[in-house]
Design a protein around this ligand. Structure first.
Ligand code: SF4
Length: 403
């Protein structure tokens, strides 16, 4: 498995596969052809179907500046797509093509370039699934964050920046009001949730605060703000929401939070290695489902649960997202995405609590549920994989309350 730094990328929303990935591809391609007078990009699959709402064209144009660019959305490709998010980039000079490449935006902001080995670095972790990681940790008598420390000495430098940006995105999101861009007239609600019923206590207060934080980050993402993929842009609100809430509530130190982030990163890495983090490939279960597992594992680390319980928490969190479709209305990362982050954050707290009580009674391993998620995702119809052709994206309309 690769570095867990790849799970946590700091960048601008709203979509890791539709903005961060294409931006990376365009930047690499532009540096290869600095003499180009024109860049042409053809977007296929999910990139073509929801690229407009996700801002793919805007990000690409910005990435090629000052060189002009032409962006085409091609909904029906005349070849079999190597990935649901595929794009062709070509460079021109004096009216002649001087270079081209086919790029796949494979999720979480990562890309693969056709004909080249995977763009990411060599494997850092030799274990390939959660079971192997747990065996390693048990043999050495260590926690999962220590497993990450052993393999990535500098990991906390990166995670410190990650935690700082996560907290900033909460603060900035809570400080804003008005409507999100894109034409759906979705109002920013984080501040409203945060301020509601300040006198309440217990579970009601917890639900409200966690939701407010998740809304804050997800609304920043929808507004092209700076966020951290955890593991994607669309699911960026879950992990920061639970960590911020628990740090304030239980006075965890930043060191403890960074260890929880390392633990969550290992969990995200296992999903990335054995399944997918891409809504276009496996639906929202791959994005918000994974975020919920990461958050549940992070909370279990903070609570000091043993490795069996930590695995159980991550498994519960994923199990109840199985089959979750990706059907963003108008191709925007707003409905159902923003609320979904809040619901998943609360689900992560519940999953960790349940695992703490139930102990090592789980029948299903984390590896099995990850495999189940992947197979379910592959079986899902393309309508439910970030194409905005089915589900809520199709049925949202006249009968619904337009804000
Ligand atoms: S529905 Fe889920 S996977 Fe799809 S865009 Fe929204 S957050 Fe991402």
């Amino acid at each position: 498995m690769k570095s867990i730094k790849d799970i946590y990328k700091i960048g601008k929303g709203p979509s890791s596969s539709h903005t961060m990935g294409p931006q990376k591809a365009a930047t690499i391609f532009r540096s290869k052809y600095p003499e180009a007078e024109l860049f042409q990009v053809k977007l296929y699959g999910s990139l073509a179907k929801t690229g407009l709402g996700h801002g793919t064209d805007r990000v690409l144009r910005e990435s090629f500046v000052p060189t002009p660019s032409q962006i085409e959305f091609i909904s029906e490709a005349d070849f079999e797509l190597p990935h649901a998010n595929t794009m062709d980039i070509a460079a021109y000079r004096d009216g002649r093509e001087i270079g081209r490449c086919r790029v796949m935006s494979i999720g979480g902001g990562d890309i693969a370039i056709e004909g080249q080995s995977a763009e990411t670095d060599a494997d850092i972790y030799k274990e390939t699934n959660f079971d192997e990681i747990l065996s390693f940790c048990r043999e050495k008598g260590i926690r999962i964050y220590e497993y990450a420390e052993m393999h990535e000495e500098d990991i906390y430098e990166h995670l410190s920046c990650v935690w700082a940006v996560m907290k900033e995105s909460i603060q900035e999101g809570l400080g804003k009001s008005g409507f999100l861009p894109g034409g759906l007239e979705v109002e920013r609600k984080a501040a409203k949730i945060y301020r509601a019923s300040p006198s309440e206590s217990g579970t009601a207060a917890e639900n409200r605060l966690v939701s407010a934080y998740a809304f804050a980050v997800s609304e920043q993402n929808a507004d092209n703000g700076t966020i951290v993929t955890a593991p994607t842009c669309g699911s960026c609100g879950v992990l920061p929401a639970v960590l911020k809430y628990m740090q304030d509530k239980n006075k965890y130190s930043d060191t403890e939070i960074l260890r929880a982030l390392a633990t969550a990163g290992v969990v995200g890495n296992v999903v990335k290695r054995n399944a997918s983090l891409s809504g276009a490939e496996c639906g929202c279960q791959a994005e918000v489902g994974t975020a919920c597992s990461m958050a549940a594992a992070a909370l279990s680390e903070l609570a000091g649960l043993d490795l069996d319980r930590l695995e159980y928490a991550a498994e519960i969190a994923m199990e109840h997202h199985i089959g979750l479709t990706c059907d963003p209305v108008c191709g925007l990362v707003q409905i159902p995405c923003i609320e979904r982050n809040a619901v998943a954050a609360l689900g992560a707290i519940n999953a960790s609590d349940l695992a703490g009580v139930l102990g090592n009674t789980n029948k299903v391993s984390f590896d099995t549920i990850v495999k189940t998620m992947y197979e379910t995702g592959i079986d899902l119809h393309s309508r439910y994989k970030e194409t905005s052709e089915g589900g809520l994206a199709k049925l949202y309309g006249e009968g619904d309350k337009q804000e």
